[in-house]
Design a protein around this ligand. Structure first.
Ligand code: GTP
Ligand code: MG
Length: 224
């Protein structure tokens, strides 16, 4: 169940929250084909598909990771990047405690699109949302169009975690999720979903993979 991905930072609140299990809603946003689904597939199943199908609507996955004596369950909503699905996005980022905004380091337009997503989240998402920027396809550095330094400066200015990742090789994928897990608040006694993680001691632990409950839905939330 537990996965350690190299991010060994001990969260400040870990001691206070010893032996606690938390659940957080995380949403992935970004232009189509930047690798959102691939990033999730790598993190959840350790797999990569060269011909990953474009997501329809959104797809759901979950994974639990361990941080010392705290476990963090991510409820992951992988949204569809195609423009025609843009209006659905608020359903997925509303109430999310974490977001990964993905761009493709070989495509400068996807970086501009990522910045628009950041602005939208800053305006409309939970004010305490933990945001991470992922410059994906880092294995294609020979075709790089977005400089690491430029993206890092943008992330720093906007208070975002930032890593260049590769769903293909696995580079910094676990580290990204572990960094998010470390940053998420774990000391909110109310444990409200929109305020902090749900304490799983108080809720049902046995929720399994399911599809989204919207009109438009990924055909296979387990593989898409
Ligand atoms: P939508 O579902 O349409 O929003 O796209 P997406 O962002 O989910 O992208 P997806 O994961 O479907 O990946 C698009 C293509 O990029 C696929 O052919 C993947 O194999 C490829 N891809 C994804 N991540 C990487 C990566 O890190 N490196 C390389 N080289 N290719 C990648
Ligand atoms: Mg997808």
């Amino acid at each position: 169940m537990a996965s350690r991905g190299g991010g060994e930072t001990r969260p400040n609140s870990a001691t206070a929250a010893a032996n606690k299990d938390f659940q957080f809603k995380l949403v992935l946003l970004g232009e189509s084909a930047v690798g959102k689904s691939s990033l999730v597939l790598r993190f959840v199943k350790g797999l990569f598909h060269e011909y990953q199908e474009s997501t329809i609507g959104a797809a759901y996955q979950n994974k639990t990771v361990s941080l010392d004596d705290v476990t963090v369950k991510f409820d992951i909503w992988d949204t569809a990047g195609q423009e025609r699905y843009h209006s659905l996005a608020p359903m997925y980022y509303r109430g999310a405690q974490a977001a990964i905004i993905v761009y493709d380091i070989t495509n400068v337009e996807t970086f501009a699109r990522a910045q628009n997503w950041v602005k939208e989240l800053q305006r409309q998402a939970n004010s305490k949302i933990v945001m991470a920027l992922a410059g994906n396809k880092a294995d294609m550095a020979d075709k790089r169009a977005v400089e690491h330094q430029e993206a890092q400066a943008y992330a720093d200015k906007n208070g975002l975690l930032f890593m260049e990742t590769s769903a293909k090789t696995g580079l910094y994928i676990d580290d990204l999720f572990m960094a998010i897990a470390s940053k998420l608040p774990k000391n909110d006694p109310e444990g409200g979903r929109t305020r902090a993680g749900v304490d799983l001691h108080e809720t049902n632990r046995n929720r399994s993979t399911k599809c989204c409950n919207t009109l438009v839905c990924g055909s296979n939330s387990g593989s898409n």
